[in-house]
Design a protein. Structure first.
Length: 299
């Protein structure tokens, strides 16, 4: 995926997977039809428009025509969530991306890369949602899954710990860090876990690319959570209250003259290699990174 203007980093993300609008179209159409049926909404659907917000965040925009006119519905691709109204947000670039663009506009160019990725990280089947699935992949990496335990049972038990209601509030808060810690304690392990928001207004909550890189070099995968709140939630507390679009394990990095990239594990049901590279500069400013140190047995 390449940016359409030169104020942003040219390469947004890249992968061996098909582009997002091809990966998710069928499922999104099916879930939208179910939504219309359950809400007794009738009309003719037009072919959708693909909305690329930033790395990892994708929407379809559907137009529906009926006797009363036209209405617009949005579907978030990863969760297939139907959203009647959506305030479209974007992430403006820094305006200092000339060097990256100059490289890509040459007929032939060669790049040297600084690259590192965890080689023994194992994918698990997608189950329930991306949040428990991704958490399970990281805890499986740390050997918290029993040898005879079915993968989906492992994911399902983790899901019970991370999903908590909003205590009567409209939003549902997923307490990922707290839930992972509680689940690990149940298994007889304690682990140090921290949550960060990329560009929080509080310095103590921020994380830099250098700090992310250091975690990878210590062979520690991280949990990357993308939200749908745009730049409005500029601290950890508000970012956690925003709808979580998806969570993916972050297991490596790539640095070259076109940018700095996180290597993430995508949904494992894809036929090609489920690895994507997200440009650090272009990911949502309020994304959450969760760091986990190697669990230790409780004495």
């Amino acid at each position: 995926m390449v940016s359409s203007h030169k104020e942003a980093s040219p390469i947004q993300e890249f992968s061996l997977l098909p582009p997002p609008h091809q990966r998710y179209l069928t499922d999104c159409k099916d879930d939208l039809q179910k939504y219309l049926l359950s809400h007794k909404i009738k009309g003719d659907l037009e072919e959708p428009t693909f909305l690329y917000i930033c790395p990892g965040i994708y929407f379809f925009k559907f137009s529906l025509s009926d006797n009363s006119g036209r209405r617009v519905l949005f579907v978030e691709m990863r969760s297939n969530t139907v959203i009647p109204q959506l305030k479209i947000f974007s992430y403006p670039g820094s305006g200092r991306e000339d060097q990256s663009w100059n490289i890509l506009e040459k007929p032939i160019f060669f790049l040297k890369s600084d690259y590192s990725s965890l080689t023994n990280f194992r994918s698990l089947p997608f189950f329930i949602s991306s949040h428990p699935t991704s958490a399970a992949m990281i805890l499986n990496y740390w050997n918290l899954r029993r040898a005879d335990e079915p993968e989906k049972a492992f994911i399902g038990e983790i899901a019970n710990y991370i999903a908590t209601c909003g205590c009567g509030k409209k939003e549902e808060v997923l307490e990922l860090a707290k839930g992972i810690k509680s689940f690990s304690a149940l298994r007889g392990y304690q682990l140090k876990i921290k949550e960060y928001c990329k560009e929080s207004t509080f310095k103590r909550e921020r994380i830099t690319f250098a700090e992310f890189k250091e975690e990878i070099e210590k062979k520690r995968p991280l949990l990357l959570c993308l939200t749908a709140a745009g730049n409005s939630s500029r601290n950890l507390s508000s970012a956690k209250r925003a709808p979580f679009i998806t969570c993916v394990p972050a297991l490596g990095y790539l640095i070259d003259k076109t940018g700095r990239y996180l290597i993430v594990q995508e949904e494992s049901f894809m036929p090609a290699s489920p690895i994507s590279f997200y440009n650090w500069n272009n990911i949502a400013n309020n994304f959450i990174l969760i760091t986990l140190q190697k669990p230790e047995r409780i004495k």
